[in-house]
Design a protein around this ligand. Structure first.
Ligand code: 8YV
Length: 331
């Protein structure tokens, strides 16, 4: 009997076929009764693969045989790690393969907000281009401006390189843990480590790329926004909950900061928001890693992790290595 697995987000047919060769696969139908499908599948599954809504104790308590969840994402803030650890359930993610594409998108967002691209694209298409552009359409320079990166991890470093080598931007960075300091990037890019408050006060572009966790929830609130320059632009590539969204909306409405480029929100999908009335805000639908090549690479990496875990091997991207010996597969 093949082990039963539950695929809880869309996988392209070749990836699904690969899983079907090894396991008995149930794939979530997003148009059907979502909760009902989870409830029917969970008691029987040994493995789950996908990306999606938060999964906590209430649901996973039904999955008595579950050994591994392979998330097709680098972020794993939607899982209750202490609970997974208490059950010795392995969690894997997909680092590295999305770093460059997500940094590309971060820069696209920064540039779109600085040069007001979506707003002016809509302006042209609405037939409003009836004279030479003037101050009402001007943006702000990007090259040579100070780039502040909050969280210089893999994606943060890729952004810093784009800023430094492509746009001659002085790079500042901050982070809130002891291993936030990156001497090799300081040497390579001349990046300067600063406390968050100082970074906020000095940067022209503040880009958030920290993982969401207890230390970073609402990291940027009313007080922090007030520290930023009134000419500054905030870019959020991380998670919506890193920013106090109502405070951001107020700061934008009152022109306390110049603009924002947002890929993530406190509630997704973002169906309606005061942000929609603000032309100085670029709103993207959580696109960070969403390219053909990168999503394929993420699926490949997630499947590799999944096969390893199901075979009893230690998966390459095990998020919670503390469960490894207890998982009964001592290396
Ligand atoms: C996800 C992401 O794939 O990897 C992450 O953490 O945010 C994205 O790349 C996305 O959440 C899928 O919907």
């Amino acid at each position: 009997m093949k082990p039963q697995v539950f695929v809880f987000s869309r996988l392209k047919p070749p990836f699904l076929a690969e899983l079907e060769a090894h396991y008995q696969v149930t794939q979530l139908d997003p148009k059907g009764d979502i909760q009902g499908q989870y409830a029917a599948a969970l008691p029987h599954v040994q493995g789950m693969i996908g990306v999606g809504r938060p999964l906590g104790e209430a649901e996973l308590a039904q999955a008595g045989q579950l050994k591994v969840i392979s998330s097709v994402s680098v972020g794993y803030d939607n899982y209750d790690l202490p609970y997974l650890n208490s059950r010795s359930i392995m969690l894997t993610n997909t680092p590295d393969v999305l770093t460059e594409t997500t940094a590309d998108l971060g820069f696209a967002l920064l540039m779109s907000a600085a040069r007001r691209l979506p707003e002016l694209d809509a302006w042209v298409k609405a037939g409003q281009w009836q004279r030479t552009v003037g101050p009402a359409e001007f943006g702000v320079d990007i090259h040579g401006k100070t780039l502040g990166i909050v969280g210089l991890g893999r994606i943060g470093a890729a952004l810093a390189r784009r800023g430094h080598f492509g746009f001659r931007m002085p790079v500042l960075y901050s982070g809130n843990s002891r291993n936030s300091r990156k001497p090799e990037l300081e040497a390579e890019l001349g990046a300067r480590f600063l406390p968050l408050d100082d970074l906020l006060a000095q940067a022209d572009f503040v880009v958030l790329v920290v993982p969401l966790g207890p230390e970073t929830r609402n990291l940027i609130g009313r007080r922090e926004l007030a520290l930023m320059k009134d000419s500054a632009i905030l870019v959020n590539l991380a998670r919506g909950a890193v920013v106090d969204e109502p405070a951001l909306i107020e700061a934008l409405q009152s022109r306390q900061i110049r603009g924002a480029g947002l890929d993530v929100y406190q509630t997704e999908p973002l169906a309606a928001s005061p942000l929609f009335a603000l032309p100085q805000v670029v709103t993207l639908p959580h696109l960070g890693s969403a390219t053909e090549e990168t999503r394929d690479a993420m699926a490949r990496r997630a499947l590799d992790n999944f096969h390893q875990a199901m075979k009893g091997e230690r998966p390459r991207d095990l998020v919670n290595p503390q469960v490894w010996p207890e998982a009964g597969h001592a290396p």
